[in-house]
Design a protein around this ligand. Structure first.
Ligand code: HEM
Length: 240
């Protein structure tokens, strides 16, 4: 039995070595995870990771919902009723997606406020902040496009209000409103359009932006709290 265990361990390591030689997994893992962090980090520094978890929750529950949701004027509302009442744990998956969306927005504002308080928007992390702002706008667009998909009165009129508000923006406003409506007036064509945006285009953009954000966080490291910058242990020179 022990010999079999040894053999399996050896074979497993050999397979990992082969992948590592080609993909550089160990090097990437060391670069991404094994980093110095400043002394005196607080719970406020965990908000970004919480957001990653909530984002993963949205992606997983959203994919499950997409297997049962039917985007169409006559089918959308009924398919959601079926998800809620006919499918096992459908209510749970939908609830996790719906409440996860609100939680993500709340956490994002908290993370933004914490980063602002730490002065993390200053040199050299301006780009991290800018990618964060783009993530914020993209996430709000996820919220807007997702809200309509329920296709009840509240969803429809909330979307009408949001699109009309967009339409009042100078220069680009009317074009954005027409694009979102899919024409000059509101028709049921809006459902597949919002579904495509909500399922493919915006999450794709969001994933790319989060990847970039994480790359910058890894490259630049985390900002020490303002009341900890005088700590000699937080001098980057002392780390090398
Ligand atoms: C899905 C949304 C987001 C995810 C998953 C995310 C993830 C993260 C993670 C894991 C960190 C490192 C740990 C930490 O300091 O919390 C971080 C840092 C940072 N994030 Fe985000 N973030 C998101 C949205 C935002 C937004 C909306 C902003 C601001 C507009 C922002 C600005 C920053 C900045 C400036 C840092 C550097 C913090 C430091 O150096 O201490 N992030 N983010």
């Amino acid at each position: 039995m022990d010999a079999l265990k040894e053999e399996l361990k050896f074979r497993g390591e050999q397979a990992l070595d082969q992948v590592d030689q080609r993909g550089g997994l160990v090097e990437f893992h060391k670069w991404f995870l094994l980093r110095n962090v400043p002394r005196g980090l607080s719970w406020l520094h965990t908000l970004g990771f919480c957001l990653l978890i909530v984002f993963a929750n949205q992606a997983i529950t959203g994919s499950i919902l997409a297997m049962h949701y039917e985007p169409g004027a006559d089918t959308a509302y009924e398919s959601i009723q079926r998800i809620m009442f006919d499918h096992d744990f459908g209510w749970l998956v939908r609830g996790m997606h719906k409440w996860g969306a609100s939680l993500m927005v709340v956490l994002m504002f908290l993370h933004m406020a914490a980063s602002f308080m730490m002065g993390a928007y200053k040199y050299p992390r301006e780009l991290t902040w800018i990618t964060g702002v783009l993530i914020l706008v993209t996430t709000l667009a996820m919220g807007l496009t997702g809200y309509l998909l329920v296709w009840d009165q509240r969803a429809f009129w909330a979307s009408v209000v949001a699109i009309n508000l967009n339409g009042t923006a100078p220069f680009l406003g009317p074009y954005i409103a027409e694009f979102l409506r899919g024409g000059a007036t509101y028709t049921s064509d809006i459902i597949p359009r919002f579904y495509g945006l909500h399922m493919l285009l915006i999450p794709g953009a969001l994933m790319g932006l989060i990847g970039l954000h994480m790359y910058l966080v890894t490259r630049l490291g985390v900002t020490p709290a303002p009341w900890k910058t005088d700590d000699p242990a937080n001098d980057p020179e002392a780390w090398s």
